[in-house]
Design a protein around this ligand. Structure first.
Ligand code: GKR
Ligand code: MG
Length: 422
């Protein structure tokens, strides 16, 4: 009954606003893949992962050889994925999406199926995925207001779609977009994506946020856009302002250098992106907080392993996000609800997305948190009409791998996306 009859991987595309970052700008469409694992008795398990060409090729290769596997046999799945991904292309994706870095191929491809297997195991046993991970340590998972600098509209898109968030370029715009997001979702923490403008301008925005939201913990993430020297000089301006400083400078050495003069915890989703990064990062004292992400750390169970390692080494744990829809949000929520030392509000790009592929539409936030469902599995079902529409978007949008640099070159032809810029 719990053996696999078929697996379907569907690439999808959904609207993405013109969000700015150190690499450039988001393209008009974000890509994901939806994985459906169907068992012999007709049950199905769901998962959502990256939709870039490199990931898709691996997902489709593995999907084709899973027939007959028992979904309880996650170790067997690991062996199959390891063999199928052993000869991988050398092509890495954009650095800002660590999930497309080839060092994460095995854990990333495994994770995409592991979540669907756990959804099915939950359905077979009548337990939520959170219960399979040890049960809830919290009933609802807090997320942060994840702010971006952005243009009002995509200037080079095929149609005139425009998002609801307006232009965000000045400190006042940043405060307005925070208010907009907090009013709508109730978030209790704020993160600003930096690395876009001169650091002084971005820190002015942080100071404006502090004034407007005196109680909300604040973070800034320049994605390695500042040199260690620049970061060191900025340190007095950040004193007492930040809950943590995320990836100010690139690499474990850059972060270690910053660490020597840092008055606040340093966090990363760029210089520690897998278990293999731990020995060097610990030896060099590069970071204090790791941003987990089950999509490339090897799944929901591996996220719990990561949590124990962080506990062992006295590191904090938070959660990273790229553009995603509700299946991912639910998987993130089940994991975060089961991990006691994940004490920071998680990142999510979810408010930036209008479309959804789950029954019932967009998932609701209450006071900035997502309630953990008690239903068997992930607790979400696929809206097949929406899936068809988003699969059509993928076929028509022409994007096959995320490339923020190339998109930015349409606006600024000499743009290189090289970091650190400041
Ligand atoms: O989508 O522009 C973006 C973000 O910069 C994302 O790609 C990062 O991976 O949000 C992420 C981060 O925390 O670094
Ligand atoms: Mg980050």
């Amino acid at each position: 009954m719990s053996r696999i009859a078929s697996v379907v991987v569907t690439p999808i595309a959904f609207r993405d606003p013109p969000l700015l970052n150190v690499s450039g700008i988001h393209e008009p469409w974000a890509l994901r893949s939806i994985i459906e694992v169907v068992t012999e008795d007709g049950n199905y398990g769901l998962s959502e992962s990256y939709g870039d060409e490199q990931t898709l090729t691996h997902l489709q290769k593995v999907a084709a050889i899973l027939k007959g596997i028992d979904v309880f046999h996650l170790n067997e799945l690991k062996t199959i994925v390891a063999e199928a991904t052993a000869s991988q292309s050398q092509q890495s994706g954009i650095e800002l999406a660590p999930g497309t870095n080839q060092a994460t191929t095995l854990p990333r491809v495994f994770a995409a199926f592991e979540v669907a297997f756990l959804d099915l195991i939950g359905k077979f046993t009548g337990r939520s995925v959170c219960d399979l991970l040890g049960g809830k340590v919290r009933d609802a998972v807090p997320y942060s207001a994840y702010l971006f600098y952005k243009y009002e509209r995509h200037r080079f898109a095929q149609d005139d779609w425009i998002d609801a968030w307006g232009e965000v370029l000045t400190p006042d715009d940043v405060v307005r977009s925070a208010r907009q997001m907090i009013d709508q979702y109730g978030f209790q923490s704020i993160k600003l994506k930096g690395g876009v403008f001169e650091p002084e301008q971005e820190l002015e925005a942080i100071r404006s946020l502090r004034e407007a939201f005196p109680e909300h913990p604040l973070r800034i993430d320049p994605n390695g856009g500042w040199t260690p020297e620049t970061t060191r000089l900025l340190m007095p301006q950040m004193e007492g302002l930040l809950q943590y400083l995320e990836d100010p400078a690139p690499g474990k050495d850059g972060m270690a250098e910053v660490h020597q003069s840092a008055s606040m915890p340093l966090a990363t989703n760029m210089c520690v992106i897998g278990f293999f990064d731990f020995p060097e990062a610990i030896a060099k004292q590069s970071v204090d907080v790791i941003l987990s992400d089950h999509h490339y750390w090897g799944g929901l169970q591996a996220t719990r392993d990561l949590a124990r390692i962080c506990e062992t080494w006295g590191l904090g744990l938070s959660m990273h996000s790229n553009s995603h829809l509700g299946i991912s949000l639910m998987a993130m929520t089940h994991a975060a609800a089961a991990i006691d030392n994940l004490t920071y509000a998680c990142d999510t790009h979810y408010p930036w997305q209008e479309e959804e592929i789950i029954v019932g539409g967009k998932i609701e936030f209450e006071h900035g948190s997502v309630r953990v469902p008690d239903a068997p599995g992930l607790g979400v079902e696929l809206d097949r009409d929406a899936l068809k529409q988003l699969a059509r978007n993928y076929q028509e949008c022409g994007i096959r791998s995320r490339n923020d640099v190339k998109e930015m070159q349409k606006y600024e032809p000499s743009w290189t996306g090289k970091a650190p810029r400041f």
